[in-house]
Design a protein around this ligand. Sequence first.
Ligand code: ADP
Length: 417
Amino acid sequence: MKILVINSGSSSIKYQLLDMATESVLVTGLVERIGEAGGVLTARTHPGTGVEKRIRRENAVPDHNAGMKLLIAQLSDRQDGVIRDAAEIEAVGHRVVHGGEYFHEPALISEEVIQAISANVPLAPLHNPANLDGIRVARELFPQVPQVAVFDTAFHQSMPPHAFLYALPYELYEQDRIRRYGFHGTSHKFVAGECARLLGRPLAACNLITIHLGNGCSMTAVENGRSVETSLGMTPLEGLIMGTRCGDIDPALHAILHRSRGLDIEEIDALLNRESGLKGVCGMNDMRDIHAARQQGNKLAQLAFDMFVHRIRKYIGSYFAVLGRVDGLVFTAGIGENDHEVREATLAGLENLGIVLDREANAGKPGAWLRISAPESRVEVLVVRTNEELEIARQTMEVLGQAPIETTGPVWSGAVS
Ligand code: ADP
């Protein structure tokens, strides 16, 4: 079964075509600058294989419809394409950022589902409309093909009220749906599933802490395979320190910044989302630059690193208390997958929690996964490369009643795969 995965943004469409018989990626690509001057499509066919080919097409892309047509033309191009025609695409899976409280699972797209996604626009005013653009255009171009919406928030809908509610007047929840929703759910679900597979146990029997450290950062406590607590909140600002976002702060800071600096609410919002986090502390938001600066003795870079790590450790401790028993801890996303220094500093001295790092394994090169706990560690610690597109394609198949391919049982034989 060939599934097209679409992640439609306001001025871009990311896409992947997967052959789910082997779970292999046929094409991964991006249409950018939709509605702007100088639209461009970049793609790689058969990425990571010996026959990988890079494609770049500059083309005016006035709207999402034109963007989608351009990518379909690329997929079925006589010379560079991977399919004969668009009829080979059997399903489309769409990433949708906010499913609110309505969507606990992926949904087969219908008019009713589109209405429900539209109803959640106030919760994600920048993302959901762009996701809807992609859905509308794909339905026009593939009217016969089943389409599925996969939500970033859905995995966290299993959180109990005592975890997802803020201690605010209850009517703010009842009337305005103010609560913690969490994000990165597709990534947390994927790495939790991979971790369970590597542990050789059903996900429903695993208690895990999943740590997604990219530009945006979040952690999730997974109890018996279900999210019971997560660090991002009503918006993707709460919790861990991120590239440019502050994470947890005293909410009274809004009033203080207003009174002391005369900032209005939009300015404060921009400050906390775009000028804070690692960037706010040391002026850099890419962890690689921060390491380079630390090595040259830059004190603020060191401080930003220490703060970043400290916040993750605080959350690890609290998630141990939430879960009681932890079987596995998983690092993922740009920093989580690649940065052994962050992982080492994060896990230092946690032996009493049953976490013992194998420093040599931790310094190894990550493949699809890497086991970095020592044999005596009670908690298995893994690095798992996240794959949100594959997770969306798997969930799309599930909604359509198709079984995923058989994945092998425990693969503990080698540290790196
Ligand atoms: P996004 O949240 O945009 O998907 P990614 O998961 O790709 O982000 O993570 C991007 C971040 O990962 C970069 O800003 C950088 O800080 C970090 N990163 C990427 N590669 C490395 C690396 N080799 N070492 C340390 N950090 C890295």
